[in-house]
Design a protein. Structure first.
Length: 252
């Protein structure tokens, strides 16, 4: 079995809430370069690619020494964008690291890759973290996941799960915050992309439910760290502050 791993970072220019997001700069580096540096710190991946629909992003990636590949502007999701590159990827494990996750922990990505290597019955591995302090469990933008005793996903939802008769459960390690990073076995990714959107996926607007509805096993790897994705201008300003606090700058 081909257990080589390739990380692909989907990066599109036309973000609805933050246009041109991959090219925003913090501490002298574009956001896409911050994400690329994090991906390059992963020990278990032999290749890192940026999949983009915009030549401006591709040029920036090539300037800092990254490998950028052009994809269609019509790709509906990051997974679809990655799917367009499958013909040029030799690896048997493909990791989707979103282009707006500069704080993603490389050790978590390595853990997802090793989860697939350790269990050939798994098609996909993803990550989850303890619920962050001060965040409402009712927030539909924060996706929750529940798992079985083996750590395999039972369900993902925008609603507060698990939920008791008296309300949302916030005890004994629940709820779990789903982190949007995925490691796919190639065959599982091909199967996923060939399927039409599923009923639950459409109801919840969560494409990972397509996997569960088709019976694809998804392992959830737990991490203690909760990375901050960049969705809004406020998120980016907070990231800038964190970067300055860590003393990261261009050329460091």
């Amino acid at each position: 079995m081909n257990n080589q791993a390739c990380i692909v970072i989907p990066a599109r220019y036309g973000s609805t809430r933050l246009p041109g997001k991959p090219l925003l700069q913090a501490a002298g580096l574009t956001l896409i370069e911050h994400v690329w540096h994090a991906a390059m710190r992963c020990r278990e991946a032999s290749q890192v690619l940026v999949a983009t629909d915009d030549e401006r992003i591709a040029q920036v990636v090539r300037t800092f020494g990254g490998d950028a590949r052009m994809t269609s502007v019509d790709a509906a999701t990051g997974s679809d964008r990655i799917g367009e590159l499958l013909p040029v990827i030799a690896a048997g494990i493909i990791v989707n690291v979103q282009g707006d996750e500069p704080d993603m922990d490389p050790d978590v990505v390595d853990g997802l890759i090793n989860a697939l290597r350790a269990d050939t019955t798994l098609g996909v591995a993803t990550a989850a973290a303890p619920w962050p302090t001060g965040v409402s469990v009712a927030d539909p933008n924060r996706v929750k996941v529940v798992t079985d005793s083996r750590g395999r996903a039972l369900y993902f939802s925008r609603a507060a799960i698990p939920h008791s008769k008296t309300g949302p459960v916030q005890a004994e390690g629940w709820p779990l915050l789903h982190l949007g990073v995925y490691a796919y076995r190639r065959a599982a990714l091909e199967r996923f992309l060939a399927l039409p959107p599923s009923p639950l996926e459409q109801l919840e607007s969560l494409e990972q439910l397509r996997l569960l509805e088709d019976g694809i096993a998804v392992q959830v790897v737990r991490t203690s760290r909760c990375p901050h994705g960049i969705d809004t201008e406020a998120d980016f300003k907070a990231f800038e502050s964190r970067v300055r606090g860590r003393g990261i700058s261009q050329g460091s």
